[in-house]
Design a protein around this ligand. Structure first.
Ligand SMILES: CC(=O)SCCNC(=O)CCNC(=O)[C@H](O)C(C)(C)COP(=O)(O)OP(=O)(O)OC[C@H]1O[C@@H](n2cnc3c(N)ncnc32)[C@H](O)[C@@H]1OP(=O)(O)O
Ligand SMILES: O=C([O-])CC(=O)C(=O)O
Length: 377
């Protein structure tokens, strides 16, 4: 028997204001996104991902000295400890690369001498180390799956150029670095999304930063969240070309399929980041001479809008852009991890600074109290 709820149930916590945050502002009314007050599209156009990381953690863009100090620390922390590297190489290649990220972060926590130190200085240092080392995890994983040897980081390259260098073992082209860098900026932070909220829930128990990030990676893996960028690429490969998009969509909608890369819990009239990432995809299409990708992109977007009035989210342009850059599809969500590491860790610090245990209540709808069968022992 199902009891009638006596209080309002907000399934999925939709529309629930759970706390305040000064890190980013998502405004669905204006389709805008601010990081610490700065429009994300302007940050993507004018500053580096390293500057955005600093901004998210400290609240202000860095001075030249502050950036130089952070850069020095980041470049010094890019290399994986030998046993974490060895553990990655031993994981089955049948597992998803997100499992590798999750396992690596958990293991890095066990190695971190400051793991249990939650002072502001230690938390900032751990955030920086986690962010700095993620390209080594993701690139090594892609390479081992391709049967290639790992590539050591280069400390003469910025974050994005080094990431591409480690992933592909070749000097990255400036146009590709620029596109990848923009994607890192756009993916960095998005308020109380499911993975960030997971990190805050874990932090609220006063657990350590690595535990919070490990949980966040698990939450990001699902196709309703970060996993959608991979699913978009799979959709594009299944459809094949623009002339097949409308028929494919009609079939998919008739069988009640969710179309990956479309829709959003907060934005109902378009994701603030899509125009910038669509332009980045356009640059990659031109760079690699693959106009068919954009034809398919635009045709599916238009058809989805006409049939469902639903617009794309950031994962829709990001998936095919990462494909054109040469990443394997199952590495796309780990790329999101590397970027969102900045936002997650900023939220961990914000949660800890004004903590309250996150513990909602539910309306019980199971059986009423009843007797346990059998006689007393
Ligand atoms: C970076 C990111 O994490 S962005 C999100 C990435 N995720 C995806 O792209 C997965 C595909 N999208 C979705 O599943 C959803 O739009 C979500 C999970 C992102 C948001 O979901 P919610 O806010 O819970 O909206 P909900 O799922 O209730 O959708 C409302 C209506 O729109 C429909 N709808 C929403 N998104 C889609 C979609 N992608 N394809 C088809 N229908 C959709 C739903 O079926 C529902 O229709 P109904 O009212 O007739 O039942
Ligand atoms: O905000 C959300 O629910 C999902 C999202 O777009 C993100 O995390 O970037």
């Amino acid at each position: 028997m199902t009891a009638t709820p006596t209080s309002e149930i907000r399934k999925g916590l939709a529309g629930v204001v759970a706390d305040t945050s000064a890190i980013s502002k998502v405004n669905p009314a204006t389709n805008s996104l601010l990081y610490r007050g700065y429009p994300v599209q302007d940050l993507a156009a004018r500053v580096s991902f390293e500057e955005v990381a600093y901004l998210l953690w400290h609240g202000e863009l860095p001075t030249a000295e502050q950036l130089a100090e952070q850069t020095r620390a980041e470049r010094a922390a890019r290399t994986l400890p030998d046993d974490v590297k060895a553990a990655i190489l031993e994981l089955p290649t049948a597992c998803h690369p997100m499992d590798v990220c999750r396992t690596a972060v958990s293991q890095l926590g066990a190695h971190d001498p400051q793991a249990e130190d939650s002072s502001v200085e230690a938390e900032l240092a751990k955030a920086l180390r986690l962010w700095a080392v993620m390209p080594s995890v993701v690139a090594l994983d892609q390479r081992r799956r391709r049967g290639e040897l790992g590539v050591e980081p280069r400390d003469d390259l910025g974050y994005s150029a080094n990431f591409l260098w480690m992933a592909f073992g070749a000097e990255p082209e400036p146009a590709v670095v620029k596109a990848f860098e923009a994607s890192m900026v756009l993916y960095a932070e998005h308020s109380f999304n499911a993975s960030t909220f997971t990190a805050r829930v874990i932090t609220s128990t006063l657990a350590d930063m690595h535990s919070a990030v490990t949980g966040a990676i698990g939450a990001l893996k699902g196709p309703l969240h970060g996993g959608a960028n991979e699913a978009v690429q799979e959709t594009f490969e299944e459809i094949g070309s623009a002339d097949r998009a409308v028929a494919w969509l009609e079939d998919a909608l008739a069988s009640k399929k969710k179309i990956m890369g479309f829709g959003h819990r907060v934005y109902k009239n378009g994701d603030s980041r899509v125009p910038t990432m669509r332009s980045v995809l356009g640059d990659m299409v031109e760079h690699y001479g693959e106009p068919g990708v954009l034809d398919l992109y635009d045709t599916l977007e238009q058809a989805m809008f006409e049939r469902k009035n639903i617009r794309p989210n950031l994962d829709y342009p990001a998936g095919p852009a990462y494909h054109l850059m040469g990443f394997d599809t199952n590495i796309f969500t780990p790329l999101f991890v590397a970027s969102r590491m900045t936002g997650w860790t900023a939220h961990v610090m914000e949660q800890r600074a004004a903590n309250a245990l996150i513990r909602p209540v539910c309306e019980y709808n199971g059986p009423e109290q009843r007797e346990v069968p059998g006689s007393a022992r």
